[in-house]
Design a protein around this ligand. Structure first.
Ligand SMILES: Cc1ncc(COP(=O)(O)O)c(C=O)c1O
Length: 409
């Protein structure tokens, strides 16, 4: 085969073939390279590998062919169809980690120092919130939490504190499915020389591409929709400043030691190949489920970005291809009704996490937010009767049938 390398015109072609390097033994799929270290022919080669003069693997905490394939694929998807400043296709560097939280730790420690502050929204994944409220402050890094859906408030907060160095966005966010405006906030952040980092876990690059707006970093819990089958924990950190990513951020990643492993990376690579078809079905099912729940007498409120009743409907429509697969809803009768409903489910799964083929439901008040005082969680919209749902790709009539029987008395 010869000729110019073709550019994939479709997302699934890129998801299936992107990032793949032919295996030296012609295995169809890049195998699970279960090897912690790599051999050198002689001392000189070892020296060239360490100095970076010669490309090649050294030690699997630093890199591994199976991990590398997953990283290249994520980078291909987050940059798909985006032109860089020089009008050539945008090139990103992705670093795979052992978990989303490990990727987030590399991001924070790799970009901030004592005295710096992070500006963020009040609706965040619980682990992220604890990291910024409990782990970073003793290191001298504090968070300022405001409603970033209000651009004036965001601008006021930046003006009031010259130590703000990073704007950290999670959109859509856990568990009330709020959205912030990526374009407007990035513009504001960039006029104030802030770093912009975005958690794109709920949307995935198929639904939303933050690099289109000029953000610096995108972060994923790959545990969720990217893997798609609930088979491995993982996280990815992506950046557009290649010198920074290949230099300082790679160094921080290697030294903090939150590396992925080849088996989890293999599972992730296979999962990402079907991202487009899964997301299409997830989103189609979620819309039908939301419409069903909105009409149900036992339910007070449905938070789904595809419903015009959601306050962030317009923001989501502007920056997302479809409104996603995550929704939450509030039972009219509160805590007991929510527990009863959750206990009666037959096909849908009672579990935390999200983004798997099967539908997952959790009750934040008794599960993820059990340790958060009631007044505090209610401030964030997490009431006793709130249920969070990750709508799966089963046949939608079966999902609705299960919800219907669990909601009946
Ligand atoms: C939006 C979001 N970001 C980050 C994380 C953390 O990822 P992980 O559990 O892979 O460390 C999660 C986990 O649920 C999440 O939902």
């Amino acid at each position: 085969m010869s000729g110019k390398k073709i550019q994939f015109s479709g997302f699934s072609s890129a998801a299936i073939h992107g990032g793949h390097t032919k295996d030296p033994n012609s295995a169809h799929l890049t195998p699970v390279y279960a090897s912690s270290t790599y051999m050198f022919d002689d001392a000189e080669q070892g020296m060239r590998r360490f100095s970076g003069e010669e490309k090649g693997y050294v030690y699997s905490r630093w890199g591994n062919p199976t991990i590398n394939e997953a990283e290249e694929k994520i980078a291909t998807l987050e940059s798909f169809g985006i032109a860089g400043d020089d009008r050539n296709p945008l090139v990103l560097k992705a670093i795979l980690h052992s978990s989303g939280m490990a990727a987030l730790s590399t991001l924070m420690i790799g970009t901030l120092k004592a005295g710096d502050k992070i500006l963020t929204h009040y609706s965040l994944y619980g682990g992220t919130q604890e990291l910024v409220e409990k782990v970073l402050p003793p290191l001298g890094i504090e968070a300022i939490i405001v409603d970033l859906r209000n651009l004036d408030k965001a601008a006021e907060a930046i003006k009031a504190d010259a130590n703000i160095k990073m704007m950290y966005l999670e959109t859509p966010a856990n568990p009330t499915i709020q959205c912030v405006d990526l374009g407007e906030l990035t513009r504001l952040a960039k006029t104030n020389n802030l770093i912009v980092a975005v958690d794109n876990t709920f949307a995935t690059p198929y639904l939303q591409q933050p690099f289109l707006y000029g953000v610096d970093f995108v972060f994923h819990s790959t545990t969720k929709f990217l893997n798609g089958h609930g088979t491995a924990i993982g996280g990815a950190l992506l950046g557009s400043d290649l010198a920074l990513m290949n230099g300082h951020i790679t160094k921080v990643h290697r030294l903090l030691g939150g590396n992925s492993n080849s088996f989890d990376a293999f599972l992730l690579t296979q999962g990402m190949k079907t991202l487009e078809v899964r997301m299409e079905r997830h989103c189609h099912n979620a819309m039908e489920v939301a419409a069903f729940l909105e009409e149900h007498a036992a339910i007070a409120k449905v938070n789904y970005l595809g419903l015009s009743s959601h306050p962030d409907f317009n923001t989501a429509a502007k920056q997302m291809r479809h409104p996603g697969a995550m929704l939450s809803f509030e039972m009219k009768e509160g805590l007991e009704a929510a527990k009863q409903f959750i206990n009666k489910l037959q096909m849908c799964i009672r579990a935390v996490s999200l983004g798997t083929c099967d539908t997952l439901l959790c009750h934040p008040a008794t599960m993820t937010h059990h340790g958060v005082p009631k007044e505090k969680r209610e401030q964030y919209g997490i009431t006793d009767g709130l249920i969070r749902m990750s709508v799966g790709i089963e046949n939608v009539q079966d999902i609705i049938l299960d919800l219907e029987q669990a909601l009946s008395n």
